[in-house]
Design a binder for this molecule. Structure first.
Ligand code: VG1
Ligand code: CO
Length: 544
């Protein structure tokens, strides 16, 4: 078979964001666009020769075609072996698991995660390193540098590989192992959780709804929840992955998983509800008539993880992203373990997990996970909740309310303002950064007095690398907090994320509506940042 060396010129916009390179699908389908980025990945890691990679994606539009191109390019670049999910499907946590299990040189994941998919929606490519985690900043910087220098890429002239059946195929000199996307992942879950206890709970009449949102977790959830744990048939809805996610926005939050929310707050609500995103790394958890905010979920999981076999020895530490509420910090303090505050994005947890300093990590954006892989993991979080429910034999509401009584409640909400003109969003953030020094001591709404304001910078405690400009923080004397940052996963204009937090120690005032509890903080945020003056927006597009 011939290796074609194709001359090309750089695209200026191939800088990876919070989680890989994400663009509108037609952008990725432009001649050379995908090829340039993939060649840049290989170039940035010292070539692909003799290496083994994992490959798979969330099944969105262009997933199959992109996988075939990447296989031909891996072969042309001398890779020894690629482990690929059947039909080029792998959830992000399942891919992370395979990278680790087979000791590979990394993997390429095709996904734009929680962004919609389809011919006019989003596509993405992400490189994960041999630890199974998203490439850290040094690596994504090297990839970006390679995209700016590229002059040619290598691709094998060959027909498409048949990925429809499990087994081994050759592509030129490269071996391709087509694997069942679910099997290894399900086996890992069986090791971590007490499947017997969860099975007894379902056998005893416990009911659940899992909304796979027509995205990648359908086959995983059906196999694990219905087939192995005995949840009733039909527990998993929207369980068939579709290239356009059935027109849905595969983002598991109260806005986009509205059908699930309606059911959980309706008269026929099951005991437990959950949803996952496009690539299976996010989770939303809902009890009967009660929503669990992701920050609270992280705290509850950290406080109760020892009830599951995989964590019975206790946790080494807990890590959360900076915008995530401090609820998990209180649990870490109670447990007497280390607590870490990292920038947004799972790549920042990798070193802490590798060094054995954190066991459980989480983000306010519906991401929770542990040291079992190096990605956040939606089904893992759902199974840990199920394991806790099976052991404690209490409802989600009882567990959450008991948690607040013990630790106090961190009222929390995120307001997203989407598709803002980039120049306006940038101007707002610049003005805000410029006035941070003058904010200390200033009072808003009469009583909210600023204790400290800064632009978050993070020094990785393991390798000492420093990341600047990770989000503006305004901390008030009463423990309330405002965080503002611009999204790094969008593909259109800018998205402003406004994170709001207020702590109530209890025992009184633990059962307010979060938006009401946060009203003074919300008002202060608008006043300080001038959101409406800069963007013309007062009301957020999505509230979580
Ligand atoms: C968002 C979330 C962040 C998450 C990232 C990837 O990033 O805020 O917490 O790690 O998405 O999640 P940003 O830059 O848009 O705020 V996923 O499930 O889309 O890979
Ligand atoms: Co995701």
């Amino acid at each position: 078979m011939t290796v074609n060396i194709v001359p090309t010129t750089p695209f200026a916009d191939q800088k990876p964001g919070t989680s890989g390179l994400r663009k509108k699908t037609p952008v990725f389908m432009r001649p050379h666009y995908l090829e340039n980025f993939v060649q840049a990945i290989f170039d940035a890691i010292g070539g692909a020769a003799g290496k083994t990679f994992v490959l798979g994606g969330d099944g969105r539009y262009f997933n199959r075609e992109a996988a075939q191109v990447i296989l031909r390019m891996a072969a042309a670049n001398g890779a020894a072996r690629v482990i690929v999910g059947q039909e080029a499907i792998l959830s992000t946590p399942a891919a992370s698991n395979l990278i680790r299990k087979f000791g590979t040189d990394g993997g390429i994941i095709l996904s734009a995660s929680h962004n919609p998919g389809g011919p006019d929606e989003d596509f993405g490519v992400k490189f994960n390193t041999p630890n199974g985690g998203p490439a850290p900043e040094q690596v994504t910087e090297a990839i970006f540098a390679a995209t700016k220098n590229i002059s040619e890429y290598r691709v094998l002239e060959a027909p498409d590989v048949d990925l429809s059946a499990v087994g081994s195929v050759q592509l030129g000199a490269m071996e391709i192992d087509v694997v069942d996307p679910v099997a290894d992942y399900a086996a890992l879950m069986e090791k971590l959780f007490d499947f017997g206890a969860i099975r007894s709970m379902f056998a005893g009449g416990f009911t659940m709804r899992f909304d796979a949102m027509c995205a990648v977790t359908g086959p995983y959830a059906t196999e694990i929840l219905e087939n192995r744990l005995g949840a009733a048939k039909g527990t998993v809805v929207n369980g068939t992955p579709l290239p356009d996610f059935g027109g849905m926005h595969p983002d598991p939050n109260p806005t986009w998983a509205k059908a699930l929310m309606d059911e959980m707050f309706g008269p026929e609500a099951p005991d437990f509800g959950a949803a996952s995103d496009g690539d299976g790394d996010r989770n939303m958890v809902v009890g009967r008539g009660i929503y669990v905010s992701p920050s609270d979920s992280l705290a509850v999981l950290a406080a109760n993880a020892h009830l599951a076999p995989g964590y019975k020895a206790g946790l080494k530490g807990v890590a959360r992203s900076m915008p995530t509420s401090a609820a998990a910090d209180r649990v870490a303090e109670f447990l007497g373990i280390e607590e870490f505050e990292t920038p947004t994005g799972w790549k920042f947890f990798g070193n802490l997990l590798d060094a054995g300093r954190a066991t459980i990590c989480g983000e306010e954006s519906f991401g929770t996970g542990s040291d079992h892989v190096r990605e956040k993991d939606g089904l893992w979080a759902v199974l840990l909740w199920l394991n806790i429910l099976a052991v404690r034999k209490e409802s989600v509401r009882e567990i959450l309310e008991a948690h607040w009584r013990q630790f106090g409640r961190n009222y929390y909400s995120r307001h997203d303002f989407e598709a803002i003109e980039t120049a306006k969003a940038d101007a707002m953030m610049e003005e805000l950064r410029g006035k941070l020094d003058g904010l200390t001591g200033v009072a808003f709404n009469g009583h909210l007095k600023v204790a400290e304001a800064d632009d978050f910078a993070y020094t990785d405690p393991v390798d000492g690398s420093v990341s600047h400009r990770q989000g503006v923080r305004i901390l008030f004397q009463d423990g309330s907090r405002i965080v503002l940052r611009l999204s790094g996963t969008g593909t259109e204009g800018a998205t402003l994320r406004l994170y709001l937090e207020r702590y109530a120690p209890g025992p009184e005032g633990l059962d307010l509506d979060p938006q009401e509890a946060l009203a003074p903080v919300i008002a202060a945020a608008h006043e300080i940042a001038g959101i409406e003056r800069h963007t013309g927006r007062r009301t957020p597009d999505v509230i979580t």
